[in-house]
Design a protein around this ligand. Sequence first.
Ligand SMILES: O=c1[nH]cnc2c1ncn2[C@@H]1O[C@H](CO)[C@@H](O)[C@H]1O
Ligand SMILES: [Zn+2]
Length: 372
Amino acid sequence: MTQNVTLTREQIRRAPKVVLHDHLDGGLRPATVVELAAAVGHELPTTDAAALGEWFREQADSGSLVRYLETFEHTVGVMQTADALRRVAREYVEDLVADGVVYAEVRWAPEQHLRAGLTLDETVAAVQEGLEEGMEAAEGTVLVGQLLTAMRHADRALEIAELTIAWRDRGVVGFDIAGAEDGFPPALHREAFDLLRENNVRFTIHAGEAHGLPSIAQALHTCGADRLGHGVRIVDDITVHDDGTATLGRLASYVRDKRIPLEVAPASNVQTAAAPSLAEHQIDLLTRLGFRVTLNTDNRLMSNTSMTDEMTALVETFGYDLEVLAWFTVNAMRSAFVDYDTRVELIEEVIVPGYESLDVEVDADADVDVDA
Ligand SMILES: O=c1[nH]cnc2c1ncn2[C@@H]1O[C@H](CO)[C@@H](O)[C@H]1O
Ligand SMILES: [Zn+2]
């Protein structure tokens, strides 16, 4: 075991990281929101970048997913031109690199970016250009794929599924549905999921965040999701006994046995009240029980977070060591939608050596056992 007493934030920052659940329109720099808003005449609650960053975090701290989502009006509102989308995507990659991320899947909803006349296809092209500019500037140290999101309260999922298929060899690696979960079950978009499965495209579904077990069951069984966005309410199907042992219900067993990846985002879950607090967050039970847990940021702007912050908070709250951080990272890389060869290469050549070299720094006698 490694000695987390000496694991510093800077070491955590340098650890290779993988993020599977991160919204492009939830990760803008506050200063960029201010500049883009001025250019298009979008009215913001404040035009001071620091105050605006604080405003997003406070508003998102609402205890309700629906109110949390209202804050996106001010990011989506300034991301309506090809130039704005390209810039946001490029800066997104720069910020990932600074955070030590080596592989990311960035999700966003093309249908929300048509107000100034762009077509769906043009929005995806603009984001892809920005991502490629960012990746080139990073000289191959980070790989980013797009996940195209359809909004669950709207009716464009089939079109977005078609768009995903059209872009699958040009930077898009999968599909997602997002938005208010309560009242909008995933099966509403069954046609889209059927089309994706017929075309062998993988997808994730936000489920088990604002709604519980029925939403998770439907996402998996009716829709065929490969991963669960959040999925933390799976704990409703787990009974923890006084001696610390746990009994899993059928659905929880299915999720664990089938190694369904859970895209867990602790800071976001606390803000939307999907988790009562960080100390009581479901991630610790799910990690102890060996679910395929991955760690994610969800919305870096709304939660004022980063992968480094999320990892640091877990180290401080639960005493996790480098081995657990490496486990989250390998879990995520194994669950990524990019092709298998790329996943193996990143695990063997970047992630494992990265954690091993940090481990030597932290504790010269330790081994990192990440079972690649
Ligand atoms: O955690 C979440 N749960 C559900 N929907 C979300 C979450 N975070 C962001 N979005 C929604 O996804 C859209 C596309 O990126 C965002 O505009 C926001 O409305
Ligand atoms: Zn999300």
